[in-house]
Design a protein. Structure first.
Length: 268
C-alpha cells in the first residue's frame, strides 16, 4: 500500500506479504517514505517510484494557499490512536522476515477494521495508527469502542499465526489504544491531501500513553464520555494522569466492557 500523508510525502507499507517487499534492496519492515526514483521490488517485479512532483512535495502559490485555507473547518471529531506495545523489544527479538509479516499484517488489520466501523485512517506512523470519525453521536462513540475491541482481537489473530516464533522469544502482540473527542482543524492541507490538526490530536496520543504500565488496553478521555451515560456504564475512572508535554492532568477511563454487537448492528 502507498499512502500520501498530510506532509505531502508518500509512504510505502508492506501488508504482511510472505515474500516480502524491498525498497532499494532493503527489506521493508515498517513504514518507509518514498523518494522519486526509489526502486520497489515485489517478488520478481521491479518498479521505479515517481511522485509526479519535482520535489515530492506540493508547492503552493499565495492564491492556492488562500484557496486551501478556505476549505479548512474547525469541527468536533472522535479520534483513535493505537500502537503496538513493546515494539522495540519485538523488533530486537524477531527475525526480520517474521517482524515484517507481523507489522504488515497489523497495518492491514487496522485498515480493514477501522474501515468496517466507518473511521477514516489519517495516517500510520511507524507502529501507530491515527484515525477519526466526523460524527460525535452516541452511536458513533459506540462504533469507536467496538472498533477498539476489534483491533485488540486482530492482535490475537496475528499472534496465533506466529505462535511458535512468539512463544520461542516469550513475546506477545498487544496494542494500546486511546479515544478522545475534541475540536480540530480539518481540511485540505495540500493538493489532494486531507488531514486534521490541533491540540485535540496531541491529547489523543497522550490518552493512549498510560495504557502501559500497568496493563490497560483501551483508555478514553473525559471528553469522549461527556454527556453519554451509557458510555460511563462501560468504563471505570482511572484518575488523573500527568503525561509528557502537558501541565494539566488528563482524566482517563479504562474500558471494562464493550457494546453489544447485535445492538450495534440493529442501530446501524
Amino acid at each position: 500500500m502507498i499512502r500520501r500523508q498530510d506532509d505531502g510525502d508518500y509512504w510505502f507499507y508492506d501488508l504482511g506479504s510472505s515474500n516480502g517487499s524491498y525498497i532499494n534492496d532493503q527489506r521493508v519492515i515498517t513504514t518507509r517514505r518514498l523518494n522519486s526514483e526509489d526502486n520497489i521490488r515485489i517478488c520478481d517485479q521491479e518498479y521505479s517510484f515517481d511522485s509526479g512532483e519535482d520535489s515530492g512535495r506540493v508547492s503552493m502559490t499565495d492564491d492556492s494557499l488562500d484557496a486551501t485555507i478556505s476549505e479548512i473547518r474547525t469541527i468536533p471529531v472522535i479520534m483513535l490512536v493505537s500502537d503496538i506495545k513493546g515494539f522495540t523489544k519485538i523488533s530486537e527479538k524477531l527475525p526480520p522476515d517474521v517482524l515484517a509479516q507481523t507489522i504488515g499484517s497489523w497495518y492491514r488489520e487496522c485498515d480493514e477494521v477501522l474501515g468496517d466501523y466507518g473511521a477514516t485512517v489519517d495516517k500510520f506512523i511507524g507502529d501507530a495508527v491515527l484515525a477519526y470519525w466526523m460524527d460525535t453521536s452516541a452511536e458513533t462513540r459506540t462504533k469507536a469502542l467496538s472498533a477498539a475491541k476489534a483491533l485488540g482481537e486482530a492482535c490475537e489473530r496475528i499472534s496465533k499465526l506466529q505462535a511458535e516464533t512468539f512463544s520461542e522469544h516469550q513475546l506477545t502482540l498487544e496494542s494500546g489504544l486511546g479515544l478522545h473527542l475534541g475540536k480540530v482543524a480539518h481540511g485540505q492541507m495540500g493538493q489532494g491531501t486531507f488531514t486534521m490538526l490541533g491540540d485535540a490530536v496531541n491529547i489523543t496520543f497522550r490518552v493512549e500513553s498510560p495504557t502501559r504500565p500497568p496493563k490497560r488496553d483501551v483508555l478514553v478521555s473525559e471528553e469522549f464520555l461527556a454527556g453519554w451515560d451509557d458510555g460511563h456504564g462501560l468504563c471505570r475512572h482511572e484518575g488523573s494522569h500527568i503525561v509528557k508535554g502537558r501541565t494539566t492532568p488528563l482524566e482517563v477511563y479504562s474500558v471494562e466492557s464493550y457494546p453489544n454487537e447485535a445492538t450495534l448492528a440493529a442501530s446501524a
